[in-house]
Design a protein around this ligand. Structure first.
Ligand code: FE
Ligand code: FE
Ligand code: ZN
Length: 299
């Protein structure tokens, strides 16, 4: 995966620790890890982000389902010690009728069981869209989980903000990114924010749907997503694309983001005028950002 990342111009990537919809896992290959670490150094890749399988539900009502989550997370965290300094992202889960408060209590209980004070991995709670009975749909819910984790372990917990999810859960990152980040800072603390999943959304603000879209093809729109990437509070974080793309689509999105990031003049309204109705096509936005980069006099 490291090779593919480098090939498409990425400097990090996200991977599933095991089958995302099952849970089966490959045998740990230490030689493989050593090779990757050398490759990573050579190509200056940031530590990749591990994602837990979707099938985990740490706040399920059934004890055996929670047990599966505990065993899987413990096993993943044990393996991640071979990649010191990793982040391990997971979905807090769905409370399915038990109520958010009970869900939050169970998630904290799982975290208290799986995190060890000496571990070198930071566990990330992902912000959720609020589909069904998902927990983690508001910053307050994330805060409550943190509050119920043993203070000795809480230092090993961070947040991964998914732009599609926060948008779907009702945070207007397109209209008021500063306001949303202020709210996040007051409720959770920006120092907890360790990664961003950068996705557009197929649905309008507050839709609670969780359907990712290609950058600039959805309801959040390209100017807003470019503002996320270059926002002073976010610009040093790692960004991970989870857009519905093939590899060449990711390659294009990465190069577009890179150009916008390296030249803030094309990072928002100067390049793509707002209020023109629809988002520009991929070809148009490529052209637009190309122009902004190559012709600074345009500013
Ligand atoms: Fe996720
Ligand atoms: Fe995500
Ligand atoms: Zn999602």
């Amino acid at each position: 995966m490291g090779r593919v990342a480098v090939k498409i111009g990425a400097n990090t990537f996200q991977y599933f620790t095991r089958n995302p919809r099952g849970g089966s896992v490959k045998e740990l290959n230490v030689a493989d890890i050593e090779n990757f670490m050398a490759f990573r150094k050579e190509h200056n890749l940031a530590m990749p982000l591990a994602h837990a399988p979707y099938t985990l539900n740490p706040c399920a009502a059934k004890p055996d389902v929670r047990r599966f989550a505990v065993e899987t997370m413990k096993d993943d965290l044990g393996r991640l010690e071979y990649l010191p300094g990793s982040c391990y992202n997971f979905h807090p889960g769905s409370h399915v009728g038990q109520g958010a408060e009970e869900g939050i209590r169970k998630i904290a209980e799982v975290l208290n069981e799986v995190i060890r004070p000496e571990q070198k991995t930071t566990v990330l709670l992902e912000t959720m869209a609020g589909k069904g009975s998902e927990v983690g749909r508001t910053f307050e819910e994330l805060r409550s989980i943190l509050d119920q984790v043993d203070p000795e372990l809480a230092g090993h917990i961070g947040i991964c903000m998914d732009t599609c999810h926060v948008w779907d859960s009702g945070y207007d990152i397109a209209g008021d990114l500063d306001g949303v980040l202020k709210k996040f800072d007051r409720t959770v603390g920006l120092e907890r924010l360790k990664a961003i999943h950068l996705n557009d959304s197929k649905n309008p603000l507050g839709a609670h749907k969780d359907r990712h879209e290609k950058l600039g093809k959805g309801c959040i729109g390209l100017p807003a997503l470019l503002r996320v990437v270059s926002h002073p509070d976010l610009k040093d974080l790692p960004f991970y694309l989870e857009t519905p793309n093939e590899l060449n689509g990711y390659e294009k999105e990465i190069s577009l983001l890179r150009r916008a990031y390296e030249n803030p003049a094309c990072s928002a309204d100067t390049v793509i005028p707002e209020g023109t109705g629809e988002n520009p096509s991929r070809a148009e936005m490529e052209q637009l950002s190309e122009r902004a980069v190559s012709d600074p006099a345009d500013q």
